[in-house]
Design a protein around this ligand. Sequence first.
Ligand code: ADP
Ligand code: MG
Length: 450
Amino acid sequence: QEIIEHLRIEHELSNVSFNTWIKPLRVYKVVDNTVFILVNMNASVEYIDKKYRLPLTVSIAEITEKEYEVVFISEDDEQLEEIMEMASKTSEKKKTKSAAQKAGLNPKYTFDTFVVGGNNSFAHAASLAVAESPGEVYNPLFLYGGVGLGKTHLMHSVAHFILEKNPKKKVLYVTSETFTNELIHALKNPKETSMADFRDKYRNNDVLLIDDIQFIIGKESTQEEFFHTFNHLHTAGKQIIISSDRPPKDIETLEARLRTRFEWGLIADISTPDYETRMAILQKKIEMDSLQKYNIPADVLEYIASNVKTNIRELEGSLNKLIALYKLENNQREIDITLAAEALKDIISSKNQREVTPELILDTVSEHFGISIDDLKSNKRNAEIAVPRQIFMYLCRSMTDTSLKVIGIILGGKDHSTINHGVNKIKSEIEENETLNNTIDIIKKKINPL
Ligand code: ADP
Ligand code: MG
């Protein structure tokens, strides 16, 4: 009412204008910063919007001292309910989004974008259970696994899930490095950040996620502080999620009392993904990053999935490199295995020797016999080249789980029966031929010294 009066006076509206247009307006609902105003059936929403939205916005701002957006809706609008529902959903989403930002979360790391495979299904299920009932099931949840296998992704997924259900929950994600640095800062600069501020930040949470806990190992004062943070939260029934590159029992210098606490809840590991999971992750990545337009052939994806095995970050990186190389060549070249091999050169050769890939075997065979990789991939049939080529086929089959088909592709597009023939020929020959047997032994040791 006050607003309407203000509007009348400020804009010197005539009685007739005022009575016709302004007086019948009713506030329908206020959602966040938006005021929804119902317009009487007989009036035109467009007209009122054009003529009175601005003045009304100003009047509202002057009276309430807050800025609101004004939206007029018609009384007879059949979609009234729907509009309001959408508005409140958008508002929920906004709240969730800003809460997620504040919590330090990557918007891409959600359960929706996480591919579940045999390597991570237990960790995934445990995380989902915790997300559904924080503080009530497994506390703490301790996730461990090698680099680039999805620990951080899974932790963020839990946090997003909780905030989506309730944006008011206090969720904080930090790496143990941040925790340590902030602690050091508080200890050194008590005037800038007091210990009380520090403790408040970490203890005043419903869910605390600490990533890569292994980095606090050996730092006594950090462990001490974390121990107290942990106890405080745990006693209050607040959820704690911890990740590490190894299980608590293998963290040698971890204080016994911390280790015991980590073992209170549930410990779940994430291991390396199998071939199917790697393929599924590549597909997901293509979908998420809208890479469909590049029409990457299936055999190229198979090639990447067969060669990049122990790190999902590298798996994704391979796809990015391939696209980058394709663009670099001004889209002149086709996306095929050759281009992929070029793009993946660094990733594959920078692997330490322990990771046996077809590329590593190819390099080693080429070097051992002094034959170029191009010759190995060619169709030349002279024995000096054909035998090493067959040895490569055989080693690929016995040292990796590369399919006959993919081996054929690596060898410049040979069909799988050719590969099968080569593998079997070597298999039967090493039974009788001791030097061949010895040669293959030596090459194997070159490939994998362990
Ligand atoms: P970690 O924390 O274990 O080192 P990250 O969680 O950072 O690994 O994962 C590395 C990359 O791989 C991220 O881009 C992540 O999105 C992706 N990733 C890992 N696991 C999966 C999965 N199961 N599904 C989809 N993407 C995954
Ligand atoms: Mg991580």
